[in-house]
Design a protein around this ligand. Structure first.
Ligand SMILES: [Ca+2]
Ligand SMILES: [Ca+2]
Ligand SMILES: [Ca+2]
Length: 262
């Protein structure tokens, strides 16, 4: 049996009416398309966990991976997609709004950064990860870090007077939270414990997910005597602010709250 006859018989058994309209050549093309589709446009559409990381790989040229997350209007979206192995892969991330229109994109040789982008609609957003190198032809392992304010709390709660130690991997986003009342002022310091190229970068968001403030510094980034305008749980993001956002390092973060006497 020839390949075309085999394909015709397979398709006839799967869809008895379909072969009436197709030549054997078209049927072969159709079956080839079906066979290649799962690899060439593989799309898992996994739901992202807030504060979590996905480890995956672009294994074929022009492959695209899709993910989803839910957000309310005015919440803030942070996503880093890293080229884990320093290959020719140029991680490229694009986000679409719940109505399917474009929201934002980013690409970089090492770490593609979506920083504090406002969700303009309430609903389910779609994230596409692919390679941005010439011909979209590079492959490689990637990590996708996702942190939406509020409620990204990968590493738990920061307490008044307490210190927490952490590590920023390449393109990592660490997340904490702490509670605050309107009668308190807050100060936070974050220190690069290894004194290397890592630039500790701290960003705070209000309980409703809107932006509060941020700071970064080569050694110790400091936020001093801030008076929050919302009470509740403040979301804290820690990232690397060095050029390319690809430095790694150990850090210590310290929170102190004092009574607001103003
Ligand atoms: Ca690369
Ligand atoms: Ca980490
Ligand atoms: Ca540093």
């Amino acid at each position: 049996m020839s390949i075309s006859n085999f394909c015709v018989s397979v398709l006839r058994s799967l869809a008895p009416n379909y072969q009436r309209h197709c030549s054997p050549q078209k049927i072969i093309l159709y079956i080839t398309f079906l066979l290649l589709t799962p690899f060439s446009t593989f799309s898992n559409a996994d739901s992202l966990v807030n504060g979590g990381v996905v480890s995956s790989a672009i294994i074929l040229p022009q492959q695209q991976h899709s993910y989803t997350f839910a957000a309310n209007a005015n919440e803030r979206i942070n996503i880093n997609v890293t080229d884990v192995d320093n290959t020719n892969l140029i991680p490229w991330v694009t986000i679409y709004k719940p109505d399917g229109t474009y929201l934002t994109q980013s690409w970089s040789q090492n770490v593609a950064v979506v920083d504090s982008v406002v969700a303009t609609q309430t609903g389910t957003y779609t994230v596409i990860v692919r390679d941005a190198s010439t011909g979209n032809a590079s492959t490689g392992n990637y990590h996708l870090y996702y942190a939406k304010a509020p409620q990204a709390i990968e590493l738990g709660e920061l307490f008044n007077g307490g210190a927490l130690l952490g590590f920023i991997d390449k393109g990592d986003i660490d997340t904490f939270h702490f509670s605050v009342s309107l009668s308190e002022k807050i100060s936070i310091t974050i220190t690069d414990l290894d004194n290397n190229s890592f630039i500790p970068w701290i960003t705070l968001y209000y309980p409703d997910g809107t932006y509060f403030t941020q700071s970064w510094n080569q050694n110790t980034a400091t936020l001093l005597n801030l008076s929050p305008t919302q009470a509740g749980k403040i979301t804290v993001l820690i990232r690397d602010a060095s050029t390319g956002n690809a430095s790694t390092g150990n850090y210590r973060v310290v929170l102190s709250k004092t009574l607001n006497t103003n």
